[in-house]
Design a protein around this ligand. Sequence first.
Ligand SMILES: [Zn+2]
Length: 201
Amino acid sequence: MDPIEQLAKLLNELPGIGPRQSKRLAYALILKSKGYSEELSQLIHRVKEEVKNCSSCFRYISKKNLVNDQCAICRNERRNNSLLMILSRDVDLQSMERSGIYDGLYFVLGGSVPVLEKNPQAFIRLHELERLLSSRKEIKEVILAHNQTPEGEHTALIIEDMVHQAGTTFKISRLGRGLSTGTELEYSDNETLRNALKNRS
Ligand SMILES: [Zn+2]
């Protein structure tokens, strides 16, 4: 296959990159300097080598910043360990941290479950979450922070079901109120997130 076509095909597999955009990106890469291409390809290798999941919240982080396999948020004793916020993706966690309004702990599901999907484990870290909930007796409230999209809503229902079935006594709340339909946490401003957290129910 022609290398431009092949590059476009690979770029097309990334989230949010359609067939037309992937071609544009492929041609844009040809125009970049040799130094840029080398740095980019090295970094793609490095992130695979040097990044790992935190063993508690499962977000991706540089191995250098892990201590006993835990990230700085999870090992920060000043954070409120009775609150666990469940998010779909690393970028959602970043938005929440950037807003500075939340001081509890997190769990990153690693995606969301498409509507009608029968096998949620293939899309999210359901078993890992189950294990975490059963081992952390200090958690009092689980906050579902999902995108206000059909997929996000479906994912929240699956998590709610799982928490109920586990027979646990956690309070379950949702960030829902204060977020309008179609809202994605990644693109929400701090004020919106603050209201959503304050009005969780
Ligand atoms: Zn962590």
